[in-house]
Design a protein around this ligand. Sequence first.
Ligand code: FES
Length: 105
Amino acid sequence: MASWTPLARVSDCPPGTAKELVAGDRVIALFRVDDDTFCALDGVCPHQGGPLGKGTLDGCVVTCPWHGWQFDVCTGENQINRQIVQPWFDVRVEDGWVLIDLERP
Ligand code: FES
């Protein structure tokens, strides 16, 4: 069962940007890919713990600011090794807020 938690105001997330946020006991990397597309990953890079929410977003790919690992922000797939999949979360927009379902993954 989904448990939707307010994560950020839509107005605080310009298209093409990444944001590091805390929800519950998790660090979340929130990405606004375009006007209508929000994606959220576990914000801790699986390489050495870098902050994916402070990475650079290019299209739907984020580059970790520490050593450059890249992930599809909508699927979590590492762009070099597809065996590595960063945990991702369902998000939706409601009444000007981005909501996240922390029950997943
Ligand atoms: S910690 Fe993210 S690439 Fe190294």
